[in-house]
Design a protein around this ligand. Structure first.
Ligand code: NAD
Length: 317
């Protein structure tokens, strides 16, 4: 275990914080958790049991996982010995302003202060801080103990050293960090997701397909492809031996004409209600646990096969 990253503080133990807790403890770290929720002890226990089994399937040593996780009475206690702090509280700029003022004051001076925020850039909540050099976004995809990507997004006053350390830290816990050099609203992953979701909603709104049909289109084509190659390498291969140049100069021309006709859904309350009812009709007969367990099982299986192929390819080369 790295000496530099031996103790973590997880602030906010909801969907994301509980998953980080298991991941960090699964990498041998001591983890201090702070959340005012009255059922904190029970929530942590349940999460460690469930997520611990996922980590074991990924080959991590989960022996003594619970012994490394500690409940803190408040934020100050949680961060007292932290090498890194991962914040996962409500997505609210005022909350994050107050909290990060406390973190800067209470955490050791070497501690990295990371926020899981999906949409609020760190520059928006660090303006009042005297020193914002250690604060930056480490945005995961749900659930972070399974999904490898972490978007590392420095704010205007984040130091380059903190960016390097954040990348090292997320690699240490087995993630794949990608540094993003501008604080775009929604960062990169959610912008891409929303571009696709906007078109998916439009196609349902227009009566072209149902939500289930859209899901079948994605999981049987683009989803499979994107687990192996991203859109650029996919296009490079789609162009055949002529590569991306052939794709861009030939098929790409027709695709560009399609951009102008992409849909703009209404986004009003009636449409939202129509979508809710359509999704509930499609999936409402299964419980959240049934659906999420199936999702996690499939994602772990994909990761395991990809990992095996990468290891074998590395050995061959
Ligand atoms: N859910 C996702 O898919 C997802 C994905 C990536 C990032 N995020 C981001 O992660 C953060 C947390 O999201 P979530 O989905 O886990 O939310 P959540 O509502 O499940 O959890 C938030 C937790 O913060 C706790 N909290 C409230 N006040 C607090 C305080 N003063 N100190 C400590 N904890 C406090 C709440 O009790 C709650 O348990 C948000 O910033 C969100 O944008 C969410």
């Amino acid at each position: 275990m790295s000496k530099e990253f031996s103790t973590a503080a997880v602030i906010g133990a909801g969907t994301i914080g509980l998953s980080w807790t298991a991941l960090f403890a699964g990498h041998g770290m001591d983890v201090w958790v702070s959340d005012p929720r009255p059922d904190l002890a029970e929530a942590v226990k349940t999460a460690l049991a469930e997520f611990g089994s996922h980590l074991a399937k990924q080959g991590f040593d989960v022996e003594g996982l619970e012994d490394r996780v500690h409940l803190a009475g408040d934020v100050a206690e949680a961060v007292r010995h932290a090498d890194i702090v991962q914040e996962n509280g409500p997505e609210d700029v005022e909350f994050k302003k107050d909290l990060f003022a406390t973190l800067v004051r209470e955490a050791p001076s070497h501690a990295l202060l990371l926020s899981s925020s999906s949409a609020i850039p760190s520059t928006a909540f660090t303006g009042d801080l005297e020193d914002a050099s250690r604060v930056l976004i480490g945005h995961p995809f749900n659930p972070p103990h399974i999904m490898p990507l972490v978007e590392v997004v420095p704010g205007e006053r984040t130091s380059e050293e903190s960016v390097t350390q954040a990348v090292e830290f997320y690699r240490f816990v087995g993630r794949v960090p990608v540094v993003e050099r501008k604080e775009m609203p929604g960062f990169v992953g959610n912008r891409l997701q929303n571009a696709l979701n906007r078109e998916a909603i439009y196609l349902v709104e227009q009566g072209v397909v149902t939500p289930e049909d859209v899901d079948a289109v994605i999981t049987n084509s683009l989803g499979l492809r994107w687990a192996t190659v991203g859109p650029f390498l996919g296009s490079h291969l789609g162009g055949g031996p002529g590569g991306y140049r052939h794709m861009a100069e030939h098929i790409g021309k027709g695709m560009k004409q399609m951009w102008a006709g992409l849909g703009q859904p209404k986004g009003d309350a009636d449409e939202t209600e129509m979508l809710i009812q359509a999704v509930e009709k499609a999936y409402g007969s299964s419980t959240y646990s049934e659906l999420s367990e199936t999702r996690d099982r499939k994602q772990l299986a994909i990761l395991s096969v990809l990992d095996e192929i990468t290891t074998n390819t590395d050995k061959e080369n």
